[in-house]
Design a protein around this ligand. Structure first.
Ligand SMILES: [Mn+2]
Length: 287
């Protein structure tokens, strides 16, 4: 039997766009990457791993794929980051207009600006929750405002209601910006030995939330396959516990998962990314 080439490897009755509640948008874009390469292979690796994943969720006691998960044709991302942002905006906006839940698979982090622009069209008041090792608040990086290292500054310009979790790497310029603008940061060093920060983070979020998830928020010991790994990251159980609270208490509009850079002969990072996407879909639609 040939497993269908879509997220979860599910048959047409669950992957047909017209019936699905979830739409997966692959954006294999890698244009402004500054250190390790390979994130353009991220979406394909996540989908490949997902075909080998149990769709029964032992925590939720539920097969979340039943809500319908359509995998759209990937966005042929060209090299101009501004153009890619436009393409992502249009694609996410179409999914939102069709009253479905958009999930974008990167690709590098710069694509998230397009997602935020689409959300802004539909939701006048929303918050952006970023999980990431890096603040990404530079005004520009290596000559472009659309760099992955400037993505949260672009998003701040679109919508200043941001909450940033797991941060442990930034420049002096970004540190000054955080102090001046009173940005809400939950530093990794303040999260590793307690969970009390979770309810504080939730309090700062508006009801409608877009989650931008950089896989490098995890500790590199569990996710080594990313372009700019940083020590001192979060654990699997910390992340899923927090996400479950967010999905239960807020209206999550959609999310992206970026910066997976798969390696040839080792797949735990790909599988973790796939399972994380599926967990989030499960949390979103569980009764
Ligand atoms: Mn990052």
């Amino acid at each position: 039997m040939v497993v269908p080439n879509n997220f979860c490897g599910i048959p047409e009755e669950f992957s047909d766009y017209s019936k699905a509640k979830v739409a997966i948008i692959s954006v294999p874009y890698e244009g402004t990457v500054s250190y390790g390469k390979g994130t353009s292979k991220g979406p394909e690796a996540i989908i490949e791993a997902s075909k080998n994943m149990e769709t029964y969720d032992e925590e939720l006691k539920w097969n979340a794929a039943e809500v319908g998960i359509a995998t759209l044709p990937e966005i042929k991302a060209r090299q101009d980051p501004e153009e890619v942002v436009k393409q992502v905006r249009e694609s996410v906006l179409k999914v939102l207009n069709d009253e479905k839940f958009p999930v974008v698979l990167g690709g590098e982090h710069s694509i998230s600006t397009g997602f935020a622009l689409a959300v802004k069209e539909k939701y006048p008041e929303f918050s952006v929750l970023q999980l990431d090792a890096h603040a990404d608040l530079r005004e520009e990086f290596e000559g472009t405002k659309y760099s992955h290292a400037a993505v949260m500054k672009r998003i701040h310009d679109i919508n200043p209601s941001t909450v940033q979790v797991g941060i442990r790497s930034l420049s002096e310029e970004e540190g000054e910006f955080i102090d001046r603008e009173k940005k809400k940061i939950f530093w990794a060093k303040d999260t590793y030995d307690n969970d009390s920060w979770m309810k504080d983070a939730l309090k700062l979020l508006k009801n409608d939330v877009f989650i931008t998830f950089d896989i490098d928020v995890f500790d590199p010991s569990i996710v080594p396959a990313t372009g700019t790994p940083e020590p001192g990251g979060l654990s699997w159980y910390t992340v899923v516990k927090f996400l479950r609270m967010v999905f239960e208490q807020k209206n999550v509009i959609g999310f992206d998962l970026v910066e997976l850079a798969p390696t040839k002969n080792s797949h735990p990072s790909d599988f973790l990314a796939s399972k994380l996407v599926y967990k989030m879909i499960g949390y979103r639609f569980k009764k």
